[in-house]
Design a protein around this ligand. Structure first.
Ligand SMILES: [Zn+2]
Length: 52
């Protein structure tokens, strides 16, 4: 399943990224959700960093 959502309320957590800490940058995608809690697995389009 290729569900990609752009999140406006989550920022990149990679300090080396140009979008680090910038809200509304629109570069962080939700790659998938997992678990009963719906934890989101995120990826930044700019620096390709992945985090959750
Ligand atoms: Zn980033």
């Amino acid at each position: 399943m290729m569900e990609l959502e752009i999140t406006k309320d989550i920022v990149c957590m990679n300090p080396a990224c140009d979008d680090y800490g910038i809200e509304g940058g629109g570069n962080v995608l939700v790659r998938r959700r997992y678990g009963a809690d719906g934890i989101r697995f995120l990826r930044c389009r700019r620096c390709q960093a992945e985090f959750s």
